[in-house]
Ligand binder design. Structure first.
Ligand code: STX
Length: 335
């Protein structure tokens, strides 16, 4: 097999992830409110800036997200969105989420960009990270050198209903029973509201029980490989509570968008931004319908459907497509 990264990394298969790397810089960025935003930089300080926008919302960043990018070409910037990961205060604590909205996160990204003295950056995001990346790029188009998106999610009612009420339940009826378990039968006609009430109530035992069921449903349906065989972060109480509280808060508030189709209605702003859309055919968390609609509304973006993949950014076909997209973007931006 040929290895297009062989100049710098010997004997790696094409488009496998780059080796693990440690940040050369990290810290906390204060906001004007209570939040301290964790950020870190790795790779080449003089390289092409890329900001990685994690999923959930509330999922936090992870070190493997550094490995989609050639560290000799990219300055890789990761951050944890308000209330999750290493950002403080953590939403597993009893904090108000009133100041945690899509528009606050977009403002945080702008503040971080300015703090790090970045003029333009590549914006890379999957799932909720694709939502936030698109909304950021629509608002701050002139700050975006390229967009690389995976597992397209637009927080529309139909998408939420599919995953949290009826649809994905038919693909995973076994795991669905665990998701239903914390909610009494007479409230199951509106599971998102039933969860919201408990995740934002003050009965800690009910909150934890709901958080583990909510996070487990997502953690176990992400990959084409099926549920992971060993325990993951989705089963950790702190992670699960913050993740479930933040997700249910954003979904209860319709992503804080003015209309259900706000992103598709505004995506024309991106026609001159180089774009890559990567979507797993068998993504059951954010089904391909949404990516297809985005592709139709934004035909200039390269559209790559990975047939043997689900939602997870570590499903092998998705991972390779994302590494390829980041390599292509670097080539495009270097000429
Ligand atoms: N949430 C989809 C999403 O953004 C409905 C997402 N799913 N899993 C994740 O994010 C992580 C793996 C990042 C936690």
């Amino acid at each position: 097999m040929t290895d297009q990264h062989s100049a710098s990394h010997s004997r790696r298969p094409v488009h496998s992830p780059y080796p693990d790397i440690e940040p050369y810089d990290y810290g906390y960025m204060p906001t004007d409110g209570k939040h301290q935003i964790y950020y870190e930089q790795s790779g080449n300080p003089e390289g092409i800036p890329v900001v990685v926008v994690h999923g959930g919302p509330g999922g936090g960043t992870s070190p493997n997200l550094r490995c989609y990018f050639n560290p000799e070409l990219y300055r890789i910037i990761l951050f944890d969105q308000r209330g999750c990961g290493r950002s403080r205060p953590h939403a597993s604590q009893d904090i108000s989420l009133e100041d945690n909205t899509t528009w606050h996160l977009i403002a945080d990204m702008e503040a971080l960009r300015e703090k790090l003295e970045v003029d333009k950056w590549v914006v890379f995001g999957g799932s909720w990270g694709s939502t936030l990346s698109l909304a950021y790029a629509i608002k701050h188009t002139d700050r975006v050198s390229a967009l690389i998106l995976r597992g397209i999610f637009l927080v529309r009612r139909s998408e939420l209903e599919w995953f949290y009420q009826e649809g994905c339940s038919q693909i995973y009826p076994d795991l669905w029973e665990n998701y239903l378990a914390p909610i009494p039968e007479n409230e199951r006609h509106d599971l998102m509201s039933a969860y919201f009430k408990r995740l934002h109530g003050d009965d800690y035992a009910a909150k934890l029980n709901c958080a583990l069921a909510w996070a487990g449903w997502e953690g176990n349906t992400l990959s084409i490989e099926g549920p992971p065989e060993t325990a993951t972060k989705f089963a950790e109480p702190e992670f699960a509570i913050a993740f479930a509280r933040i997700e249910s808060w954003y979904f209860h508030n319709k992503g804080f968008f003015d209309s259900d189709n706000w992103i598709l209605e505004n995506v024309h702003a991106l026609k001159d931004v180089p774009g890559w859309i990567v979507q797993g055919r068998y993504d059951v968390v954010t089904p391909m319908q949404t990516a297809w609609e985005l592709h139709k509304a934004w035909p200039e973006a390269r559209f790559n459907v990975v047939n043997k993949a689900g939602h997870s950014s570590s499903d092998i076909g998705i991972l390779r497509a994302l590494v390829a997209a980041a390599d292509d973007a670097a080539a495009l931006l270097t000429v």
